[in-house]
Design a protein around this ligand. Structure first.
Ligand code: ADP
Ligand code: NI
Length: 212
């Protein structure tokens, strides 16, 4: 029963994200699911709740729906159709609700499963994959890789820099901050490793940019 529902969720998500170019393709969802299961096992969280919440976390996102509420209702109705019990559905919905970063102003997860899925999603924004997603996003939005003519970045307001749009800025604006926002021990450990990799990367990038 549970494995059939997971399989149906996969099919639904694949169909919805078939041609997405915003960094929310099926492969992102699949990586978040794998991260979530890994963390959930280490932390002793409910695997079914974590896996389904991870698989469905972007379906409800306001980016793909007329409103966040409509998106959430869509997922809730789907869970009911699949025969998921109200109490499990409630846990999945609450975990999905607290996943997103939203500039740091989102509601914080209280359940272990909510923490696991939020960590799993954030891990996919950092490390080697995070770097790739960042540059893909910048390319898709016509942003620069980096803007050296307006350095030092520290002297500009965030708004001034963001107006110009540059991938390297996104590391300072969001990616380097994520390691301190992780909730589970396993997530914290993985985030530190991935953050170190990003720091090395940006250091090397800036060295090459500035000339040896
Ligand atoms: P999420 O759904 O993960 O909260 P977003 O839609 O904000 O994410 O971002 C999707 C991906 O694009 C992430 O990997 C994120 O780091 C990257 N991204 C978001 N905004 C920017 C930006 N201004 N510049 C570069 N990358 C970005
Ligand atoms: Ni996501």
């Amino acid at each position: 029963m549970e494995s059939k529902i997971v399989e149906n969720a996969e099919l639904w998500v694949k169909e919805l994200f078939v041609e997405d170019s915003t960094g929310h393709d099926w492969f992102h969802t699949d990586r978040v699911r794998k991260n979530a299961l890994y963390i959930a096992k280490k932390e002793g969280a409910n695997l079914f709740v974590c896996e389904l919440a991870a698989l469905l976390h972007d379906v409800a996102d306001e980016k793909f729906n007329t409103s966040e509420e409509k998106g959430m209702d869509k997922v809730k109705d789907w869970l009911e159709e699949q025969g998921v019990s109200p109490s499990i559905s409630e846990q999945i919905m609450s975990s999905i609700k607290t996943v997103s970063f939203k500039g740091g102003n989102n509601t914080e997860p209280t359940s272990l499963e909510g923490k696991v899925v939020q960590d799993a999603d954030r891990l996919d924004a950092i490390g080697a994959i995070g770097i790739a997603r960042c540059f893909m996003y910048a390319g898709a939005h016509g942003d620069a890789m980096h803007l050296s003519d307006i350095e030092p970045r520290e002297k500009m307001t965030k708004e001034q820099y963001r107006e110009k749009g540059a991938a390297i800025n996104h590391f300072y604006e969001k990616l380097f901050k994520l390691k301190d926002l992780m909730k589970t021990e396993t997530g914290i450990q993985l985030a530190h490793e991935r953050n170190q990799f990003m720091e090395n990367y940006v250091t090397q990038f800036l060295n090459e940019w500035n000339g040896i």
